[in-house]
Design a protein around this ligand. Structure first.
Ligand code: NAD
Ligand SMILES: O=C(O)C(=O)C[C@@H](O)[C@H](O)[C@H](O)COP(=O)(O)O
Ligand code: ZN
Length: 364
């Protein structure tokens, strides 16, 4: 079975991403960071019962002094202040200190919240990402964006805070629901669309096998997506410029998630649909041909993701997008493709954006 180790190159904060099957049981991976340490596993009510005991066993075998667990409610609607507070409560109740290592075991919600808690507890404690969804393995566990949502906007409160290590056990994908697998494919398609057209070709050609969870292929796409993301992050950790291309599909997607109520549309679904809207806008702006835009839409549909926006109303879309973190002096910046395989940020004419949304069915 394929096994990969990549590096996110951030100088003295560089860290490895270990990818393979069965890594949760490989105590030696955790040893350098947890030997002699107090560890807090942060997980949720779904993932905890599946994988926390195995992870705890490895951490103990690696020499952890004691392993505590905090179990959060499951769902995007719990990526909020009151739920974050439960992590601080647990850390304090167990007398954790600055050397305590927080291990986030779960999907992107747990990774983002666990990372944010680690960034803030006693002004920063070490943390390790153990992603268990395809989306978190290909995207959210890498790059150090952490945070929580606000009713007015996604991920509005947070910090850049890098993990010490990412341990990606692709065997955990065996228990992942189909709908969540498709969500991961959305970010994979994004990586191809913004940075590597050959990768997009490969993903398109192998979509049936990916949906069938071919383990070798899954390991390959986790690796390639992490390479693409790590490369962008190492060039621009705090999104001063190029990192914004990782937001392709997210300006529209985040508006859908907030507008429909967190947890109604899953993040990957909103991103899939957001990429279709963005591709159509690119076509109208002459940045994609009609064939390229149609092709990207088809890949999204092939991944069993929604391609048509909810009828939220165009005004509501525009209002929510005005809060986007990329906005500059009130003007929304979009991530737009330069053909398939390249991207950059740009403003777009409001009338054209409204027309795009309306004609795709977002309402009046
Ligand atoms: N920080 C970043 O760079 C970044 C990147 C992309 C997305 N995100 C964030 O990540 C979140 C989405 O992440 P997600 O798609 O992983 O959603 P998620 O964390 O909600 O996980 C999806 C569902 O799968 C369950 N689950 C997780 N692993 C499982 C497994 N192995 N078997 C069975 N069930 C399992 C979870 O309990 C949950 O119900 C969003 O909040 C998004 O904003 C962050
Ligand atoms: O890592 C990044 O940078 C990304 O934009 C990756 C996205 O997939 C991810 O959803 C991210 O959380 C969005 O960031 P935000 O800054 O728009 O909230
Ligand atoms: Zn995303």
């Amino acid at each position: 079975m394929s096994r990969y180790t990549l590096e996110v190159d951030l100088g003295d904060r560089s860290y490895p991403i270990h990818i393979g099957a069965g890594l949760l049981g490989q105590a030696e991976l955790f040893l350098p960071h947890v030997a002699g340490m107090v560890v807090m596993i942060c997980t949720n009510t779904t993932v905890g019962p599946l994988y926390a005991a195995q992870l705890k066993g490895s951490l103990i075998q690696a020499g952890a002094k004691v392993v505590h667990t905090v179990i959060l409610p499951d769902g995007e609607e719990f990526k909020d202040w009151p739920t974050l507070q439960l992590v601080f409560d647990a850390l304090l109740q167990h007398h954790c200190d600055r050397k305590t290592v927080l291990v986030a075991l779960g999907g992107g919600v747990i990774g983002d919240m666990g990372g944010f808690a680690a960034s803030a507890f006693m002004r920063g404690i070490p943390f390790i990402q153990v992603p268990t969804t395809l989306l978190s393995q290909v995207d959210s566990s890498v790059g150090g964006k952490t945070g929580i949502n606000h009713p007015l906007g996604k991920n509005m409160i947070g910090a850049f805070y890098q993990p010490q290590m990412v341990v990606t056990d692709i065997s955990t994908l065996n228990t992942l629901p189909d709908r969540e697998l498709s969500c991961g494919l959305a970010e994979i398609i994004k990586h191809g669309a913004i940075a590597d057209s050959a990768y997009l070709d490969m993903v398109e050609a192998n979509m049936p096998s990916l949906l069938n969870r071919d383990p070798g292929l899954l390991a390959q796409v986790v690796k390639r997506s992490c390479e693409i993301k790590a490369d962008v992050v190492s060039k621009d950790e705090r999104e001063g410029g190029i990192r914004a291309i990782l937001n392709f599909g997210h300006t529209f997607g985040h508006a859908i998630e907030a507008g429909m109520g967190y947890g109604q549309w899953y993040h990957g679904e909103a991103v899939g649909c957001g990429m279709v809207i963005a591709a159509d806008l690119c076509r109208r702006m002459g940045r994609l041909t009609a064939a390229e835009s149609a092709r990207l839409t088809k890949v999204v549909i092939d991944a069993r993701l929604p391609a048509l926006p909810p009828r939220m109303g165009v005004d509501r879309f525009m209002e929510l997008m005005a809060h986007d973190k990329k906005a500059d002096s009130g003007s929304i910046k979009y991530v737009l493709l330069n053909g398939l395989g390249g991207a950059s940020t740009s403003p777009a004419d409001d009338t054209l954006v409204r027309q795009t949304l309306q004609e795709l069915g977002a309402g009046d």
